[in-house]
Ligand binder design. Structure first.
Ligand code: NAD
Length: 296
């Protein structure tokens, strides 16, 4: 496996392209928006600089890695020689099903089709292709260059051979792959999202304030970030859509999203990406404060 195509150059796509290029793979980075590709290349370059300043990468490594990344807005051109496609486009089922239908037609017969989805069924995505044995979840964590885990998700029909190729490949990226089966939320989000939802319920019911809840979990449970801050980082809209997948998939009321989360997303308070969620963020400033919405 040498040619990797990454679809979507947003938060995750740029990180995924970064780690493949750094580890010697040729990367085709594809997005429908030219400006997203330009922004991704700038982010990758900045993140390489951060590694250089820490002494884990040289200027030459950076130049060679950047030289391995080509960008495309045309899907067919970007995937035609791919041995592996890693789809990291917007978390929207119709976008993903449409992409996988096209990929199945355009890609070589041997190409493995992986998705970085946080919550959509791998089995459902695989079913729109004629190669369900070669469709798999390769779920990287944010920020991709830093986080060690890759959750490798086997769809109902994913073959043993494809699973072991993706496990091996993840190790070559210096990641730690964990194999899991395809049920709603897989493992990571099935455990994480109910915790975040419970933290939001704790706030909603007035048990404690934002900083108090986050402090309890940071200092009491050794979490590096409190659950409300983490929700802001993930994106409150993303948290809500994953909770809905869990709720629909299991039909269990324990996954029902907290009404406060629903209200915040509907009002456009999506966390870091919109500038305000449980906390308020100022671009370019590391410090942040509790959102004034909660001080009324
Ligand atoms: P994002 O919104 O930052 O980026 C998505 C990119 O996909 C955008 O640049 C958009 O232009 C592009 N896109 C949309 N439709 C496309 C298409 N048809 N072809 C090519 N490009 C297309 O999203 P993100 O946060 O990077 O998430 C991407 C995927 O990774 C989602 O499936 C998400 O669930 C998953 N994920 C996200 C996180 C996270 O913390 N953000 C963590 C793990 C997994």
């Amino acid at each position: 496996m040498n040619n990797i195509s990454v679809i979507g150059s947003g938060t995750m796509g740029n990180g995924i392209a970064h780690v493949y290029a750094q580890n010697g793979y040729k990367v085709a980075l594809i997005d429908v928006q030219q400006n997203a590709l330009e922004k991704a290349l700038a982010t990758i370059s900045r993140n390489f600089d951060r590694q250089i300043s820490k002494g884990t990468l040289t200027e030459d490594d950076k130049a060679m890695a950047l030289g391995r990344i080509k960008t495309f807005t045309n899907l067919e051109e970007g995937v035609k020689s791919a041995d592996l496609v890693v789809e990291a486009a917007t978390e929207n089922i119709s976008v993903k099903l449409d992409l996988f239908r096209q990929l199945d037609q355009i890609c070589k017969e041997s190409t493995i089709l992986a998705t970085n989805t946080s919550s959509i069924s791998i089995t459902k995505i695989a079913a729109v292709t004629g190669r369900a044995d070669k469709v798999i979840g390769m779920h990287f964590m944010n920020p991709v260059p830093v986080m060690k885990l890759v959750e490798v998700i086997r769809g109902y029909a994913t073959s043993d051979e494809v699973t072991s190729k993706i496990m091996d490949l993840s190790k070559k990226l210096d990641k730690v792959p964990v194999e899991v089966n395809d049920y709603p939320g897989f493992v990571a989000n099935r455990i994480l999202m109910p915790m975040i939802n419970e933290a939001i319920y704790t706030l909603y019911e007035g048990v404690a304030g934002i900083e108090e809840i986050d402090t309890v979990m940071k200092l009491g449970m050794a979490h590096p970030m409190g659950p409300l801050q983490l929700a802001d980082f993930i994106g409150l809209d993303v948290c809500l859509s994953i909770l809905r997948v869990l709720f629909d998939g299991f039909g269990n009321p324990k996954y029902a999203p907290c009404p406060l989360l629903v209200n915040m997303v509907e009002a456009g308070f999506k966390g870091v990406k919109s500038g305000e969620g449980f906390y308020k963020y100022t671009p370019g400033v590391k410090e942040f404060v509790v959102s004034p919405q909660f001080k009324k």
